[in-house]
Ligand binder design. Structure first.
Ligand SMILES: [Zn+2]
Length: 239
């Protein structure tokens, strides 16, 4: 069975838990993706909630060991003349979180911006504005992860070269979290809480710093959501 079909079947199954209207809308929108690569028309018919369902279904396929989509020369060929990705993901650079793989997706499916600690700055915002406002992505997912080295370094107040400036962007999350125990990266509960708070604050800042994305979200053209990737299970918790 082709990977994209697996995604669609899982998506329809997943959407059974939603309200009847949402299920119908999700199934309808999911069913527009019938080929290996998303077309312009298919992208147009997608709505934010159906993209979230597709991402969840793709991740479920990944962490239940059903395998991941392998890009091939056909997919390279089909996407060469244009791209219609469904979502934009802002992720950490961590080598253990291969973004397309964890959603069982491939060439042409996602915009992916990566920076240590999945923080936002003007260049990242510009990239996400392009992804959504110009290129039609329906979702921005800020994807944090457990055991994040950048988060641990921010907690430990590491000072080193350009890393110092990067970590100042994670510091507000460190300051906001009051987890009991030592203020050290050895405190696993603290590392988890700061990583999650960092995703939430990144989303808040994105809405403040980008009137374009904020307006698109208010008009329900996009949704900005958060997720945490569990390195042990491969599962993503959305919030
Ligand atoms: Zn990380």
């Amino acid at each position: 069975m082709k990977p994209i079909i697996v995604i669609l079947v899982a998506c329809v199954l997943f959407s059974c838990g939603n309200s009847k209207t949402n299920s119908a809308a999700t199934a309808k929108n999911a069913s527009v993706i019938s080929d290996k690569v998303i077309t312009a028309d298919e992208q147009k018919q997608l709505v934010p909630d159906s993209v979230i369902a597709l991402l969840k279904a793709g991740n479920q396929s990944f962490y239940t060991h059903k395998g991941t989509l392998k890009n091939d020369s056909l997919r390279i060929h089909l996407t060469a003349s244009g791209q219609y990705p469904m979502a934009a993901v802002l992720s950490c650079i961590d080598s253990r979180v291969p973004v397309e793989d964890v959603f069982n997706m491939g060439i042409g499916d996602l915009f992916v911006a990566r920076v240590a600690g999945n923080i936002e700055d003007q260049d990242i915002l510009g990239s996400l504005e392009y992804a959504c406002n110009i290129a039609g992505a329906k979702i921005i997912l800020v994807l944090g992860h457990e055991h994040c080295g950048a988060v641990k370094s921010a907690i430990d107040n590491v000072k080193l070269g350009n890393i110092t400036a990067l970590l100042t962007r994670i510091q507000p999350a460190v300051d906001a979290v009051k987890t009991p125990g030592k203020r050290s990266s050895k405190n696993e509960a603290l590392v988890h809480d700061v990583a999650r708070k960092n995703v939430e604050l990144t989303i808040d800042k994105m809405r403040t710093d980008s009137p374009i994305l904020n307006k698109m979200e208010q008009e329900k053209k996009i949704k900005i959501v958060g997720g945490m990737y569990d390195l042990d299970s491969g599962k993503i918790t959305f919030f």
